[in-house]
Ligand binder design. Structure first.
Ligand SMILES: NC(=O)c1ccc[n+]([C@@H]2O[C@H](COP(=O)([O-])OP(=O)(O)OC[C@H]3O[C@@H](n4cnc5c(N)ncnc54)[C@H](OP(=O)(O)O)[C@@H]3O)[C@@H](O)[C@H]2O)c1
Length: 249
């Protein structure tokens, strides 16, 4: 059965991806949705009775989740046409002032879980399938006070780049999406709504539609809005030391 697998589908960008994929990819028959709040996933499934859903309540920072997912994939053998590695979280504050468990939650979810979910799903993908990973503008250069988050997103972008070359012979594309700040539950967790000062907000609906367009074209990177495209360009040109001064939040 042709399937899309989306992590972090209970809110924000992941929820929007599920809705837009359902509209834009009629060939997708089944949605595998992953998040901790399974109730939210089931609510979303009820809004689309014409589609099939596999709602999986998993904490992706928990080691046991990957065995569970691998077993389920092995049992049902879906034909995954789209994988959206979206579940992620952030943290603000100096590393030295932050609990180690909070730092590791960011690494475990943004880096470890994204890597292991992708590795678990690739065997169920074939030519023409697409992987979308959610990175961030924070991955363009180190962002002091969001040091671990920005490093985790630099990993997502680099991982996506290497993977896209590895999967090219198989005809599977990889797209890393690098949005600026968006008004989602993300900032409730980060706990600092003013973190990005006057930086322009991105609209999740537009981010998702742009990301799907980029994935259809097989683009490796998608950065929404001219402002952040320019920021990406500048971050490539300027020395890291100078960029870090500018991004110190
Ligand atoms: N919002 C922004 O400003 C912004 C900017 C750039 C990039 N991003 C990236 O965009 C992606 C989506 O974030 P968002 O803005 O949509 O945030 P969000 O509204 O907080 O959504 C995060 C999603 O991840 C899931 N999640 C969180 N912890 C999880 C865990 N331990 N196990 C499984 N699922 C978990 C959440 O579901 P449950 O709580 O139900 O588990 C939720 O569905 C993230 O990778 C984020 O880094 C966000």
């Amino acid at each position: 059965m042709k399937a899309a697998l989306i992590t972090g589908a209970s809110a924000g960008l992941g929820l929007e991806f599920t809705r837009q994929i359902a509209r834009q990819f009629p060939e997708i028959e089944e949605f595998w949705l992953i998040a901790r709040r399974i109730g939210k996933l089931e609510e979303l499934a009820q809004q689309m009775p014409e589609k099939k859903f596999v709602c999986i309540g998993l904490d992706l920072t928990d080691e046991r989740s990957f065995r569970f997912l691998s077993d389920k994939l092995e049992e049902q053998k879906p034909d995954v046409r789209l994988l959206v590695g979206n579940a992620g979280c952030g943290i603000a504050g100096d590393v030295a002032d932050t609990a180690q468990s909070a730092l590791m939650r960011v690494v475990d979810l943004n880096v470890r879980a994204l890597t292991l979910v992708t590795a678990a799903v690739i065997p169920y993908m074939s030519a023409g399938a697409k992987i979308i990973h959610i990175s961030s503008i924070a991955g363009f250069c180190p962002t002091p006070r969001m040091t671990v988050y920005s490093a985790s997103k630099a990993y997502v972008s680099a991982f996506s780049g290497g993977l896209s070359e590895e999967l090219r012979p198989k005809g599977i594309s990889v797209t890393a999406v690098c949005p600026g700040p968006m008004k989602t539950e993300f900032f409730e967790e980060v706990g600092d709504k003013n973190l990005f000062g006057n930086l322009p907000w991105c609209d999740p609906e537009q981010v998702v539609s742009g990301a799907l367009r980029a994935a259809k074209k097989g683009r490796l990177f998608y950065t929404p809005t001219r402002f952040y495209k320019f920021y990406r360009f500048v971050a490539k040109l300027l020395p890291m030391k100078l960029m870090m001064k500018a991004t110190h939040v």
